[in-house]
Every structure is written in C-alpha cells, then in structure tokens.
Design a binder for this molecule. Structure first.
Ligand SMILES: *Cc1c(COP(=O)(O)O)cnc(C)c1O
Length: 421
C-alpha cells in the first residue's frame, strides 16, 4: 500500500519548491512509504489526509492537540480575540491573566514569560541560567531533545562546535553520571537541563527515577546552578503541574509549549523568584510573542485543564490501550515493549533493531485507519473515546496477525538500517 494519489502529486510539487521535499520532524522521509505527507483537515481525535482518508490520530500533531482538534470553545476564544486584535503595538491584559493562571497552576512558578515555540523557551532558560549564575556550563542528558536551536540539536549540518561549547552530557536516570558531570563542571555550572521523563526517539521511554531528580536538585542547591525541567512535550499529559511534581522535585525554571493552547502558537518559560532578576535582565523577544489570540486560547485550554477530568480520562484510555495491546500481541506470539506514561505511549517490538516489525505493524494499522508512529512517542488527546480505543485494538489484532504474513516483517528496513550500524 502506498500513500494516496493526491499526496503523491503534492510531494512531487513539494520536491520542486521545498528543500528535501519537507523538513524537520514532520518530514515522512523515514516513515513507511504508505504514510501520507500532507493532510487536509482535522476534528476531535481524527485527521484527514490530502486524499480525504480519515485517520484516528495517535500523534496529535506531535503533541499540540490535547483537547481534540478544532475544539469549539477553545477555537471560539481564539477567533473572538483575533477579531478584537491579535498582533498589536503592545500586549493585551490577557498576557497578565495567563501569567497569573500559570503561577496558580504550576507549584514552582512565581512568574511567566511567553514566546512561540518550545525552542524559544528552552533557549531563554539557558540564557536566564547563565545570566543568573554568571557561569557558562550546562548539563544535558545524552539523546534528550530540547529543540532545534544549534546549541541543542543532534544533527551536525550547519552547527559549529562553538554552538555546543560549555556542555557536559550525562545519562538520564544515572545518578553517578550526573554526579560526574557536575564534578567536571566544577565551579562553572550554570544549569542542569532535565527532561521530565526520558522520551528520546528510537529507544524505550523511562519515567524519572526520584533519586535522579532529587540528585539534580541537590547539585543545583549545592552549587547555585539552576534546575530546568523541559516540560514542552510532557507538560499537562502527566500532571496539572510541572511533571516533576510527580517525583516531589521543584525546578527553578520550566519550559512549556506544544499543547497548552491546544494547537495555537504559544510557549512559555516559568520560573521561581530566585531567577526573576536574571529573567528581567536577558533580552528576549519576537514579533509574534505577544499575540493575543493564542493567549485567549491558552486561557480557555488551562480552564479546561483545571475544571475537567481530561487527565484522568486520558489516563484510563491509555491504560485500556496499553493492556489491550499487550494481550493481543501476546495472543499472536509477538513480543512488544510499551513504555512511558500511558498518555504518551511508545510501542517497540522485541528483536527488532531496524524496526522492520514496527514498520510492518504501523503500515498495517495505517491501512486500517489508525495513525501510529513506529519510533517516536505517541500522544493521546481528551477527544478520544473508549470506542476509539476499542476500534484501535480491533485493528491492532488484525494487524498483529497480518504482520506475520507481511513480507516487510522479514526484509531489512532500508530506511532505518543505519540503526544497525
Ligand atoms: C518539541 C520539544 C521542544 C521544542 O519545541 P518546538 O516548539 O518544536 O520548538 C523542546 N523540548 C521538548 C522536550 C520537545 O518535545
């Protein structure tokens, strides 16, 4: 099965005018050939590809879709504010209300700054930490994603060693490697950047070990460095607070983005009083950072976060999905590993180093109208229903069976054979 005829035509046109045909995390270059590159619309838990085929979407725009695509209440708040005024000569009072709302919601936060992408927020966190400590070195976990800015991206094209200077890598959840990194930083440690959980691509996810989180806090307290939790991806899918509230550790800074305006463009850096002075000293801005309409959408989304059972609902859907997949895979004699929070599932097959089984299964699921990802964590949204999960499980049952007959499940996966190297 391949992507639809219209999708193929759009790809050909894209190849002529968009470098590489597509770029960044939404390029389907490394996904199975049947994956569509282009989509035409979305509603609730579903999106339609450019050929008009409906798909139950377990990627949720790679995170931003939290309450469902096209949520009436949130989008009305956005559109109403858009009509009143959006990008203006100065901010609207919505900015103050949104900062107040975040300070109320997130335990460690005493202030908020708003920007557009998650990468803006992690970059600001870096600057605030260096301004606060007047030091340079940061500790990051190997393989963790903090955005596409040169200092934190993992590709090398267009990136200089200087962009990545003053960084020490440790291993996530490995207390002794964290201690060794802090030792190496000596008296120059500005910040420890922490993913709220290990959600790196291609490998099993891992929830934070409380001892690791506490060690990061202790090192920062001892050295005066700032602890940063990058909640851009996991925020609001794990807790109605910073995700490390689940392990009882408060950071000094946390970065937020993706889902808190349910797909409308806004991100945030939250901080404690300790970092307030440094946050007011850095120069950080952007033409669109003060847009009022996304702030109205964010207030509507956070309202839902505070007043609904969206999180418990997503968790129970996620449990149903996880246990249902485990049962069905086992019934077909296939070994799968499911990791991470149930609201951010990742499914990898045992003995599948080049993901040939994952590709075959995801392709089978796609042909049954279920959009999964073979190596990136997926996302649930609050618009999903028990009926959606049941239909995904029915499709999974048929797809596990089909994997056993699918020639792709025994062929080298040429797209990901580099993983074997
Ligand atoms: C997506 C992501 C970012 C970057 O956010 P953008 O909006 O893509 O700039 C940073 N950190 C984490 C953990 C992310 O998942």
């Amino acid at each position: 099965m391949s992507a639809g005829a219209l999708d193929r035509q759009w790809r050909e046109r894209a190849d002529a005018v968009i470098p590489g045909g597509m770029y960044g995390h939404q390029s389907t270059r490394l996904l199975p050939d049947s994956y569509p590159q282009f989509f035409s619309r979305a509603k609730g838990a579903r999106l339609w590809d450019a050929d008009g085929r409906p798909l139950l979407d377990f990627m949720c725009a790679y995170g931003p879709n939290l309450m469902g695509y096209g949520d009436e209440e949130i989008d009305s708040a956005f559109v109403d504010q858009l009509r009143r005024g959006d990008t203006l000569t100065g901010p609207t009072p919505l900015m103050v209300e949104l900062a107040e709302r975040f300070v109320r919601l997130v335990g460690h936060a005493d202030w908020a700054m708003f920007c557009k992408n998650g990468g803006d927020a992690t970059q600001m966190a870096l600057m605030v930490a260096r301004a606060h400590t007047r030091r340079k070195t940061i500790i990051i976990a190997r393989g963790a994603y903090h955005g596409a800015n040169p200092w934190c991206q993992t590709r090398t094209a267009g990136v200089t060693p200087g962009d990545k200077a003053y960084q020490i890598l440790c291993d996530y959840n490995d207390v002794s490697s964290l201690e060794a990194a802090a030792e190496q930083a000596g008296d120059d440690l500005a910040a420890i950047f922490a993913a709220p959980l290990k959600h790196d691509a291609f490998v099993d996810q891992a929830l934070p070990d409380p001892a690791y989180a506490q060690k990061a806090r202790d090192i920062c307290d001892r050295t005066g460095a700032l602890l940063v939790v990058d909640d851009v991806r996991a925020g609001l899918r794990v807790a109605r607070d910073c995700s490390w509230a689940t392990v009882g550790v408060s950071p000094d800074l946390s970065s937020w983005g993706k889902c808190f305006a349910n797909g409308h463009p806004i991100s945030a850096l939250l901080g404690s009083d300790k970092a307030r002075k440094a946050a007011s000293a850095i120069y950080a801005t952007g033409s669109f950072w003060f847009q009022a309409a996304p702030m109205a959408a964010a207030l509507a989304t956070l309202n839902r976060v505070e007043t609904s059972t969206y999180l418990e609902d997503m968790m129970s859907l996620g449990e149903h999905l996880r246990s249902g997949l485990a049962e069905r895979a086992e019934a077909h004699g296939l070994g799968i590993r499911q990791s991470g929070p149930v609201t951010m599932p990742l499914v990898l097959f045992e003995d599948d180093p080049d993901l040939r089984l994952g590709f075959a299964w995801c392709s089978q699921m796609l042909s049954r109208g279920i959009y999964l990802h073979p190596w990136h964590n997926m996302f649930l949204c609050a618009a999903m229903t028990e009926t959606d999960i049941s239909s995904a499980l029915d499709a999974a049952d048929q797809s596990f069976r089909a994997v056993k007959q699918d020639p792709r499940s025994t062929e080298v996966n040429s797209k990901l054979s580099f993983l074997l190297a």
